[in-house]
Design a protein around this ligand. Structure first.
Ligand SMILES: Cc1cc2nc3c(=O)[nH]c(=O)nc-3n(C[C@H](O)[C@H](O)[C@H](O)COP(=O)(O)O)c2cc1C
Length: 257
């Protein structure tokens, strides 16, 4: 059973790849979190959680929902992070969480994909982004093969100042990012509602002909990258950097075989 959370589709792409390779099924944590539901699952196959790395850890919402999850059947759980660069001590944090839940930690591995952190990073055009996905496949295959054989996985990336970035910096990010990196919609907003429909924490409302963001943002950047008129931005920081959405794995595979 593969549980995934995604902002711009990278983690869904990885989850769908693993599901196909392992003949397993996917469950969207976005939907569960959006509906305020907890996870109650029964799987004979090991559990696999796939999520983006946000400030050198899994997003807090993901850690929290996994912590509360009622997972029956298999006691084994794997974690796969999609990331732009490195994962800090995500592995140690998740191992601790497993210990608290009585689950067998089968390891964490980060996979490098397009960095969707628009601040200071210019997004490639669609064709280049799709071409770049070829480079992701060998890493996903290697993880999938290990899971298939019941072997543990481990992280391959290195992060300078790991303790600091996944500790104090992550805590600071979790507490203040929603406030100081708050997305807002400009007058270009067409009130289409795509951002509100996607927002995993129901932080967006269409009011007075425009998207209005509340105070619950978890900085997944999903609303910014999905806005068809590029009206949603972190003011002064993301307007000129393009947009990125990862294609659906099945469609990408068909187009690139
Ligand atoms: C707010 C934010 C923080 C991020 N922090 C990190 C990080 O600490 N390390 C890293 O390698 N990538 C980081 N990234 C990049 C994402 O982890 C990466 O692009 C990921 O594949 C996005 O997955 P998604 O499309 O499933 O949301 C960050 C992205 C965002 C939006």
């Amino acid at each position: 059973m593969i549980l995934y959370f995604t902002g711009t589709g990278n983690s869904k792409f990885a989850a769908d790849f693993l599901a196909e390779y392992l003949g397993d099924e996917c469950l969207s944590l976005n939907e569960k979190i959006k509906k305020g539901e907890d996870i109650k699952e029964n799987s004979e196959k090991p559990y696999i959680v796939v999520a983006p790395i946000h400030a050198w850890r899994f997003p807090l919402k993901v850690e929290e929902i996994v912590k509360r999850a009622e997972l029956k059947g298999s006691r084994k759980i794997y974690f796969v992070g999609t990331m732009g660069e490195n994962s800090g001590k995500t592995d140690t944090c998740l191992k601790k969480l497993c210990g608290e839940k009585g689950l067998e930690f089968m390891g964490f591995c980060g996979v490098k994909m397009q960095n969707n952190y628009l601040i200071g990073d210019v997004m490639p055009n669609k064709a280049v982004a799709e071409e770049n996905l070829h480079e992701v496949i060998p890493a996903l295959e290697s993880i999938a093969e290990k899971i298939k054989n019941g072997e543990k996985i481990e992280k391959t990336d290195k992060t300078p100042f790991t303790f600091l970035v996944s500790g104090v910096v992550n805590k600071f990010f979790t507490k203040f990012a929603g406030k100081y990196m708050k997305p807002t919609a400009s007058d270009k907003c067409g009130a289409c509602g795509i951002c509100a429909e996607f927002c995993p924490v129901n932080n967006i409302e269409i009011k007075d002909g425009k998207a209005q963001m509340g105070e619950k943002c978890i900085s997944c950047f999903g609303c910014i990258h999905r806005c068809p008129t590029e009206a949603v931005n972190i003011e002064g920081k993301t307007e000129k950097n393009g947009r990125y959405l990862c294609p659906e794995y099945s469609q990408w595979k068909k187009a690139h075989e």
